[in-house]
Unconditional design. Sequence first.
Length: 51
Amino acid sequence: MAQPFEIISVLVALEFVGMAAVLLLLGPLEAVVSVVPLMVVLLVALLVYWR
C-alpha cells in the first residue's frame, strides 16, 4: 500500500495539472505560459509514478 505522503503528493500534482489544463483552455496564452513548464514536469512525474 502507498504511504500517505505519496498519496497526498500525487493528489496535489493531479490537482495542479488539472487546474493548469483548465487555465490553458480558458485563459489567455500570454498569462498562462508561465505555468506550462511546471505542468509538464508534474505530468511527467505522474506518468513515471504510474508505471
